[in-house]
Design a protein around this ligand. Structure first.
Ligand SMILES: Nc1nc2c(ncn2[C@@H]2O[C@H](COP(=O)(O)OP(=O)(O)OP(=O)(O)O)[C@@H](O)[C@H]2O)c(=O)[nH]1
Ligand SMILES: [Mg+2]
Length: 297
């Protein structure tokens, strides 16, 4: 009989390669927020997958460019370092692309780490024949334990990735109950789902100037099930940004709050009341007290 395995898997790589999409695909649930823009993820997001004989504890990390110097970005950089402590590192790149930012992300991976390279977004490769020479060149970049081309979007080759990963994980009993999906609480996901809407609705630089704090999260018994009553604040840096987040007559804020509430109801499987405010906190990305409130310390 095969021995039971269990271990942590840190997902790293430059921004926008599809790390969060991959985590969601691997565990089969949307846990980590996704957007077409770089630097969406700002926290470590745990996703647990328990299969017969193997428990995978995935940790998604921020795709953090090293040159940004705010206190926030230093905190994000520490999160990447934490993800790199995992039993296995999944280093994610995009098919047909290996640039300086990918190289910089790889250079952060300790030499003694067990690294599996994931070449994501293979669904975007127009001519399948082009992929093989790219993979051959990429194989020379480092001594990877394996290179697995996948598509987080379509799910292509994801079962193969799970097989390869299984063999790389240490032997040991499961660390979590088989039905546990994450070690993050609902409060965390509430903030993240609202933050995702900022990335969807706001243009240019603005999502990077915003964050979300959940001020209160209460459960109230109803006739059927539980009502989660959530009060959240969107932080911005300036009054002009607040006006954009609100939109004319508060319509944009309302739209974002409604979309976030629906996502929360899906994830929590119950009714949600969501109240959202917008507050100006000048230079919050350098304010240790606010950053602590936001869960970065
Ligand atoms: N075509 C295609 N697009 C993908 C795939 N995986 C992710 N994407 C898209 O790539 C974009 C970035 O995805 P994310 O999962 O947010 O990427 P990330 O690496 O977590 O990004 P950061 O958190 O900013 O570092 C989104 O628009 C995704 O829909 C894929 O397999 N194929
Ligand atoms: Mg991400």
């Amino acid at each position: 009989m095969k021995r039971q395995r269990c271990g942590t898997v840190g997902i790293v790589g430059r921004p926008n390669t599809g790390k969060s999409s991959l985590l969601n695909r691997l565990v089969g649930e949307k846990l980590s927020i996704v957007s077409p823009r770089p630097q969406t993820t700002r926290h470590l997001v745990t996703g647990i997958l328990t299969l017969p004989g193997c428990q995978y504890v995935f940790v998604d990390s921020p795709g953090n460019p090293p040159r940004l110097k705010s206190v926030l970005h230093k905190a994000l950089s520490r999160r990447v370092a934490e993800a790199l402590q995992a039993d296995v590192v999944l280093y994610v790149i995009e098919a047909m692309r290996f640039g300086p930012e990918d190289r910089a992300a790889l250079d952060r991976v300790p030499q003694d780490a067990k690294v599996i390279a994931v070449v994501n977004k293979v669904d975007t490769v127009k001519r399948a024949a082009d992929l093989i020479p790219f993979l051959q060149r990429f194989a020379g970049v480092r001594d990877f334990a394996a290179i697995v081309p996948v598509s987080a979007r379509t799910g292509k080759n994801v079962p193969e990735l799970l097989r390869v990963l299984r063999d790389a994980l240490p032997e040991g009993p499961p660390a979590y109950p088989a039905d546990q999906l994450t070690d993050r609480d609902e409060r965390f996901f509430a903030a993240e789902l609202l933050r995702e809407k900022l990335f969807e609705e706001l243009g240019e630089e603005l999502p990077y100037r915003c964050d979300v704090v959940v001020d209160s999260f209460k459960e109230e018994a109803m006739k059927q099930g539980v009502l989660r009553r959530i009060e959240a604040t969107i932080l911005v840096e300036r009054d002009s940004q607040k006006a954009i987040v609100l939109g004319s007559r508060g319509e944009r804020l309302k739209r974002m709050a409604t979309a976030a509430r629906k996502d929360m109801e899906r994830l929590f499987e119950g009714k949600v009341y969501l109240g959202v405010w917008v507050k100006v906190r000048r230079a919050w990305t350098d304010d240790a007290r606010v950053l602590r409130q936001l869960g970065y310390e």
